[in-house]
Design a protein around this ligand. Structure first.
Ligand code: BES
Ligand code: MN
Ligand code: ZN
Length: 536
């Protein structure tokens, strides 16, 4: 099911200005909606309950209580109001509401906790609250809600508004994703029952109107990209082939005007991508090399380049993987999916920057034509590689793509790959691994991760680890042994990135979930979109 997001501006509504409080509340309550969502802080609850000895109640909750015929007092009496962060209380309207001109059928009161405490005023704690409110909205018969943003900005700085709004949309979009809804070519049935919840209206006032509108547009675009990335990840490997990914990218050229080029085997040969081709050799499915360009910036402005690993199925090749959970290796193209998804998002946003998305894509299969352990191949850079394990194939397709992108004279290059099982051991499913020697990129990516709660954790990439990649017979070996497996994989890539600023994201632990909730997460689209939005 898709949720619609929109904005509605009530020019003077302001719940923090005591003089305007009553009329603002009246205005919001007079708006027809299934549910008005308001945030309050511990301070609001304290002044409603009243300081010991005095009976003077004041503030947001007191005014709401007066207007709603005592609904807040009633909820408080029942013990439903709680200063604890993320606690949710739904007030339901009755005849008295209608009589006093209230057109909201419900009011959802969301506690933000104690906003006077610095520790409670973070995006992480806001996100917990927003998630709780969205869960309450989507697990009821509520179809639409009016979400009054300035009440959430309580105790926050105004510049949090954009991040908060984007995050709320990201969560709502995430919750509403269903596999099989958006791919018209697929015949799969949607199993889950759709939620009743369909429309979230972000309400604001004149003060935040501009920020609010652009943040909602950005959030919507980001969710579209995430959904595309999820669909591509979740599609079975017999359908989501390299050719399918190429077509998906080409589809975006019609949708959002990306310039898309898809190179086939012949052209890949002509470019001299011997390393990439050595992986593709074992499969009957032809490899593709996809280049997508978004020209939102000035002509000649150096682009940011994103490179995504697109192994549509990783059997390990001749170094065959064990059978357990091998189906999950359909997700080995999630780096590619995140690049395609991100390009879609920024196309929808009409981002005013130049961005190039590059995806080398093929299957890693064992066959009579497959590469053997011990084979030596020549990469596009001219460096020779001794392939000691055909299951370390991601780096073999990425290294040629990393050489190819030199031609764009990039401002920076970021590659995204489900590269190593070792990264899952190191970081689990919480953070993506970040590898870079460029402090500026490290800072920007770390910040973008925090702002979208699609976080990264830096791992080392220093020369000491390069030792492990020594080969007796070629310039470099494709594996560095078990110790620090994700570091040596990054070290391998670093040999092909000397001409530009570069960062590598290992998303092996974060791109999909296993078990009962098996499915693509859409990560790191939020991180990449936030990073690109923040680029100067
Ligand atoms: N696609 C895998 C990495 C992977 C494994 C991601 C499991 C998520 C879960 C990659 O191509 C691979 O097989 N890497 C090997 C490298 C090794 C042979 C040096 C690995 O991690 O075992
Ligand atoms: Mn592999
Ligand atoms: Zn792989």
């Amino acid at each position: 099911m898709t949720i619609q997001f929109s904005t509605k501006i009530f020019p003077k509504a302001d719940l923090q200005n005591a003089k305007e409080l009553k009329s603002s509340l009246k205005t919001l309550l007079a708006q027809t909606s299934d549910c008005l969502v308001l945030a309050y802080s511990k301070a609001d609850l304290d002044s409603f309950v009243g300081v010991k000895g005095t009976k003077s109640k004041s503030g947001l909750l007191a005014e709401l209580d007066l207007l709603s015929g005592g609904s807040v007092s009633h909820a408080h009496l029942l013990g439903d109001l709680d200063a604890q962060q993320a606690s949710v209380c739904v007030l339901r309207g009755d005849k008295s509401w209608v009589a006093s001109g209230i057109k909201a059928k419900r009011v959802l009161l969301l506690s933000l906790g104690d906003m006077r405490l610095e520790s409670e005023r973070s995006l992480v704690t806001f996100s917990k609250a927003a998630r709780a409110a969205l869960k309450a909205l989507s697990s009821s018969s509520i179809e639409n809600a009016l979400w009054f943003i300035p009440s959430f900005a309580l105790g926050h700085r105004a510049d949090f508004i954009a991040e908060e709004v984007r995050l709320t949309i990201q969560y709502a979009g995430d919750q509403s994703y269903r596999f099989g809804v958006r791919q018209p070519t697929m015949k799969f049935k949607v199993k889950d029952k759709a939620d009743a919840f369909k429309h979230l209206v972000f309400a604001g006032n004149n003060e935040c109107a501009k920020d609010l509108k652009s943040a909602v547009e950005q959030g919507i675009a980001m969710v579209e990209g995430m959904h595309l990335a999820k669909d591509l990840g979740n599609l079975p490997p017999n359908i989501c082939t390299p050719t399918y990914l190429g077509k998906a990218a080409q589809g975006l050229s019609k949708k959002v005007g990306l310039k898309v080029e898809v190179l086939g085997r012949k052209q890949i040969e002509t470019l001299g991508m011997g390393s990439f081709l050595s992986v593709a050799n074992g499969s009957d499915t032809p490899p593709q090399f996809i280049v997508m360009r978004h020209q939102g910036g000035k002509v000649g402005e150096a682009p940011i380049v994103l490179v995504g690993k697109g192994i549509t199925f990783d059997t390990g090749g001749i170094s065959l993987k064990p059978g357990e959970a091998m189906d999950e290796m359909k997700y080995d193209m999630c780096g590619a999916a995140s690049v395609i998804g991100t390009m879609y998002s920024i196309g929808l946003m009409k981002l005013k920057k130049n961005v190039v998305g590059v995806v080398p894509t093929c299957e890693n299969m064992p066959s009579a034509k497959a590469t053997r352990p011990g084979d030596i191949v020549k990469s596009m850079s001219g460096q020779t590689i001794e392939i000691l394990n055909t299951d370390a194939e991601g780096r073999l397709i990425l290294c040629d793509a990393l050489t190819y992108v030199e031609r764009f004279k990039p401002k920076a290059v970021i590659d995204i790959a489900t590269l190593t099982g070792a990264c899952v051991i190191a970081l689990g499913h919480v953070h993506s691994g970040l590898f870079s020697e460029d402090e500026g990129l490290v800072d920007a990516l770390t910040k973008a991760g925090r702002a979208s709660l699609d976080t990264v954790w830096r791992l080392p990439l220093d020369a000491a680890y390069q030792e492990q990649l020594k080969s007796n017979f070629a310039d470099i070996a494709n594996i560095g042994g078990r110790p620090a497996g994700s570091v040596t994989a990054a070290c391998f890539l670093s040999r092909f990135t000397e001409k530009y600023k570069w960062a590598h994201l290992d998303i092996a632990g974060t791109a999909w979930k296993s078990g009962a909730a098996k499915g693509s997460t859409g990560r790191p689209v939020p991180l990449l979109v936030n990073f690109l939005l923040e680029q100067k």
